[in-house]
Design a protein around this ligand. Structure first.
Ligand code: SF4
Length: 397
């Protein structure tokens, strides 16, 4: 069966980037007012020329967002269940060669974390894990989903890509959403930054959202990690991917994330820069191209920028996030010592007085508590929404 890979291979991405760079002011104006914008309009919206008309873009984006979504912002929290991983992704703190403290929470520890998040108001949780075959073969992830779904109505997953058959038990356990970022749509860069492990297979990853949909997930999240390749190239490919999925996986709700690289273990330096201003332009361009798609903004971005972006086109935000397993309650904390090879290993309880948390995936930038963010959202005149999914919606499909 044809997948996005064939469509992707046909995309004239370099030409589209060139067209974007050559956009005229007229091209920008017609893209903004086009009631049915296409990929060429999107190229105009992310052009340097459109960058000089950011106010006009912002107004259109805000207007479309309020029309389609109302003045609400949906809250979710990532819950990291494990930082074990068999891949080496140069930009990630969990890369298998990084000498960090690895921890996989037990299902009961996952429940403890989910309860804590529930106390903070969250009803929508994203379970995050590195990639490891044992998570599937021993039913670990399905058990994590089951306990989290007993605590909150909305459970999604951000885990290593799987076969459709391996996704089905996760859907049956109560997961309704799957998030998978392509990271980079530029094949060469993809190979450079993914140096070992199954993640090196670009096409397998690119087809993941379609396998997830076939398995029964009804929310699908995609994204690119900005800081690896030319941002316009990544954005155009991501926009094409989103349009393809909206057509093919039409019963699913689609969200798009635009994460930028953050400091992490391994000290990887971004290869390219997406500036704050360009990130704002990108959010507006995606909103104008895809008025009904959810746009996600995480705590990777600093408070001031997030505050400015909330009313412009964003529909879903995280708050008070931790990127280490056990980060919300201290679940799984252990005494540690450093081995000769520089790895951190647990010590018996009696040997050291201090206890350490597992290492996080990256540093967050907005450190406000969920309630502080919610207060700001209310001050803006928006309603913070904690619950936007109920398992009853699935049975109605
Ligand atoms: S990005 Fe994902 S797959 Fe890559 S090392 Fe990090 S956790 Fe593992």
């Amino acid at each position: 069966m044809a997948t996005f890979v064939s469509a992707f291979n046909e995309l004239p991405l370099e030409n589209l980037v060139r067209q974007s760079l050559e956009t005229t002011p007229d091209g920008v104006r017609s893209a903004i007012v086009n009631p049915a914008p296409d990929l060429k309009d999107f190229c105009a919206l992310i052009s340097p020329t459109a960058g000089n008309q950011l106010e006009m873009l912002s107004r259109r984006s805000q207007q479309l967002t309020q029309q389609r979504f109302g003045k609400v912002l949906r809250f979710f929290a990532p819950l990291y269940v494990s930082n074990e991983c068999i891949n080496n992704c140069k930009y990630c703190g969990f890369s298998r060669d990084n000498p960090i403290f690895r921890l996989t929470l037990s299902a009961e520890e996952v429940r403890t974390e989910a309860r804590e998040l529930k106390l903070s108001g969250f009803r929508n949780i994203l379970l995050v894990a590195g990639e490891h075959p044992k998570f599937i073969s021993n039913g670990y992830l399905a058990e994590c989903v089951r306990v989290a779904a007993e605590e909150v109505p909305g459970v999604s997953l951000e885990v290593g890509p799987m076969e459709c058959d391996d996704y089905q038990p996760l859907v049956a356990a109560g997961a309704e959403g799957l998030v998978v970022y392509q990271e980079s749509y530029e094949r060469q860069i993809y190979q450079v930054v993914h140096t070992a492990g199954p993640k090196r297979d670009f096409d397998w990853r690119l087809e993941t959202p379609e396998r997830a949909y076939e398995a029964g997930f009804r929310r699908i999240g995609i994204g690119a990690l900005f800081g690896l390749s030319d941002w316009r190239y990544e954005a155009i490919a991501l926009a094409a991917h989103a349009r393809y999925l909206l057509n093919k996986c039409w019963r699913a709700q689609l969200t798009i994330s635009l994460p930028r690289l953050r400091p992490c273990a391994g000290d990887f330096e971004p290869l390219t820069i997406l500036s704050d201003r360009h990130l704002v332009q990108l959010v507006c361009a995606f909103r104008i191209l895809l008025p009904d798609v959810g746009l996600v903004l995480s705590t990777r971005e600093p408070e001031k920028l997030r505050n400015g972006l909330f009313p412009l086109g964003i529909t879903m935000i995280s708050a008070g996030s931790h990127t280490e397993p056990g980060g919300y309650t201290g679940a799984g904390q252990q005494n540690l010592h450093v081995t000769e090879k520089g790895r951190m290993m647990p010590l018996p309880e009696t040997e050291t007085p201090g206890r350490a948390s597992a290492t996080g995936q990256f540093q967050i930038a907005d450190e406000r508590s969920p309630e502080e963010v919610a207060q700001y959202v209310r001050k803006l005149g928006y309603e913070p929404v904690w619950k936007d999914w109920d398992p009853a919606f699935s049975s109605a499909n």
